[in-house]
Design a protein around this ligand. Structure first.
Ligand code: SF4
Length: 378
């Protein structure tokens, strides 16, 4: 059996104005203790991580590359000592422009990282500043060049659309820049104004000027048309890759495969249970260092929920739901369970129904939430 390992680094240089991810701004005084706590948790999970072949590792955040090179090195040492990371494993680290330097890139190579995912978001200085990003467009381009020059062949960048001040023309210029760079994978996310963020407060105060719906839809359509035309196939609703460059770790999530998460706020999916660690960084450190579990919740979804989750996640991918896989996993026949819903969605042009499975149409990818809602248990 193989397994994925996710390692969460809950620190950022500053919080972006739209972000509700579990991360805190600053916290440099905690970096060393947090790294030690992570290593304690990884060592505690060593039995599991050395019994199964770890074939994907993903260090995400937050901004993992705010950690100094020494902390990154320690995480690598701890992995080598406690986890059976396969020789051909995909090993990703998320990084932000403005937080990388030669020492960190060298350490990432040494500890086995072979894929770097850069949070670029836009190649427009006005848009970046309005989103509270710490870097300029030029610094983002320099970061891609530096990662490539350091010898990383697998580079991904994240872009966003629907940001304040963004136009379809500036978004298109960003796509052009991205496609001309040495990157093999591009993630494209639409802005969602999440509760509790500065953007939500600005929206409530009437001071958040977002592109209108037509402009936002134009950006969505641009990505969906432009990137495949430049050789980046859309293999998941928000993800585009050159052939063979799909993110294997994220495919685990969409394929309902097991993974273990370590670190504050990290989630695991293991033996049918969903588990989450405490998101409180100080509490996480204290519990991990005391040898206690940092777990804050665990639940085993019932069969109806598990089948719905599996269906949403599989439908996010270009491959969609394969009837045979569904039947092996749940001992149930997808067409018998969901025949009425799939026929209705197919009539609406949202689902393509084949003899071996179902997948979203281009229209279904755009209106995914309507499709996903149809599979929710009563
Ligand atoms: S760098 Fe990423 S994780 Fe950190 S605040 Fe910005 S969007 Fe959130």
């Amino acid at each position: 059996m193989s397994i994925g390992l996710y390692i969460h680094i809950p620190f950022c240089q500053q919080k972006c104005l739209y972000c509700d991810f579990p991360s805190v701004a600053g916290g440099a005084e905690l970096y060393a203790d947090y790294t030690a706590a992570l290593c304690r948790e990884i060592a505690g999970r060593g039995g599991l991580l050395s019994a199964a072949a770890v074939d994907t590792v993903y260090i995400g955040g937050g901004t993992p590359t705010v950690l100094p090179a020494g902390c990154l090195e320690e995480i690598g040492r701890c992995l080598r000592a406690n986890a059976a990371v396969a020789a051909e494993a995909e090993f990703t680290v998320e990084a932000n422009p403005g937080t990388l330097d030669g020492d960190k890139l060298a350490v990432l190579r040494v500890i086995g990282v072979n894929r770097v995912s850069l949070g670029v978001q836009a190649f427009d200085d006005g848009v970046l500043a309005a989103a509270g990003r710490i870097h300029t467009a030029a610094q983002a381009a320099e970061a891609v060049a530096a990662v490539s020059a350091a010898g990383f062949r697998r580079i991904s960048i994240d872009l966003m659309y629907g940001l304040p001040g963004q136009t379809a023309a500036s978004f298109r210029a960003g796509l052009e820049m991205a496609a001309a760079m040495p990157v093999e994978h591009i993630s494209v996310y639409g802005l969602k104004v999440e509760e509790g963020t500065p953007f939500a407060r600005m929206a409530a105060a009437g001071s958040l000027a977002l592109p209108d719906e037509a402009e936002e839809e134009a950006m969505y359509d641009l990505a969906a048309d432009f990137l495949p035309a430049r050789g980046f196939a859309r293999y998941e609703i928000s993800n585009y890759a050159r052939p063979g460059a799909e993110c294997r770790h994220n495919l685990r999530y969409w394929r309902y495969e097991p993974y273990i998460g370590v670190g504050a706020a990290a989630h695991s999916f293991w033996q049918g249970e969903r588990l989450a660690n405490t998101a409180n960084v100080s509490e996480y450190i204290a519990r991990a260092m005391a040898g206690e579990t940092p777990l804050a919740s665990r639940e085993a979804p019932g069969e109806a929920v598990a089948m719905a989750e599996y269906t949403f996640l599989a439908l996010r991918t270009a491959a969609g739901v394969a009837y045979a896989d569904f039947s092996v996993r749940f001992g149930r026949e997808f067409p018998l369970l969901y025949g009425a819903a799939t026929e209705r969605l197919a009539r609406q042009g949202l689902l393509a129904v084949g003899t071996d499975g179902v997948r979203l149409t281009a229209k279904g990818q755009k209106y995914g939430n309507i499709v996903f809602g149809a599979f929710l248990p009563d």
